[in-house]
Design a protein around this ligand. Sequence first.
Ligand code: DON
Length: 308
Amino acid sequence: MKDVIDYQKIFSDVASKVSKMDDLGNVACYIPELGTVNPNKLGIHLTTVDQLHFHFGDATEKFSIQSISKVFSLTLALKLKGDKLWERVGYEPSGCAFNSLVQLEHENGIPRNPFINAGAIVICDVLVSSLDNPKDDLLDFIKCTSGIDDISYNEKVVHSEKETGYRNYALANFMKSFGNLNNEVDCVLDFYFHLCSIEMSCKDLAQAFLYLADAGVNPITNTTVITARRSKRINSIMQMCGFYDEAGEFAFKTGLPGKSGVGGGIIAVHPGKYCIAVWSPKLNKNGNSYKGMALLEGITTRSNNSIF
Ligand code: DON
């Protein structure tokens, strides 16, 4: 049966409630370029597997998707390397901040999962080794599978991250010392910073990640992005690790697998039904969009439509 939920009404009701909340968060200033965004932006876009679209606010404005892009890099690396990938990165929740160093020494330079920065850097190393032109090939992969042509890196954000990414340099050097990076640190981090700088809108994101709602196939482009088994696994990892030390909170309140980015975006997936993306730039203390989390909690509660 088709989804008959009136999302349009739910979005405007929930957004109006959330807009009145005191947003105690801050935009991500540790990457100075991200601090230039208008903090009052708010967008929502939901696309169903039947290709129905519902949207609200700044849903077509592009923003820095940051760690949301780690779902694309994981998908591509899994496609290229299969289960051998898990020899170099785990799939357990970390319970730590996204840029934490503490577990790495105890665990011999093998990051807990592909979404913390250390894990995403290992995935970038895998892609640098496997692709002829990693930056072009990654963008082509996203464009071809999503059917969206105007997706690009933001070089200002790349530059800003390079200037200030001391923790990422520390993580990469540390993993190199354990033998878990095959390429040079600067080369891997150049690719990692580009990955994080990708700009897309809520509408783009809901369309591009729809494959995770449809067993690995994007129904809009009719492309098999990844196998159903691996799509299931990516959703599982998002559920457990997509919000770092706040993954439990997100699962508890929203009831969907999801992935956040410090640009203030969040994607969430209801397997078999839809993909939704929200954007509100101010972040809570864990680096996740404060209002974005509230929007998704409100939407799944009002629509009574989560996986639990
Ligand atoms: O490397 C960083 O710190 C950022 N480019 C990405 C971090 C991020 O988006 C964490 N997610 N909430």
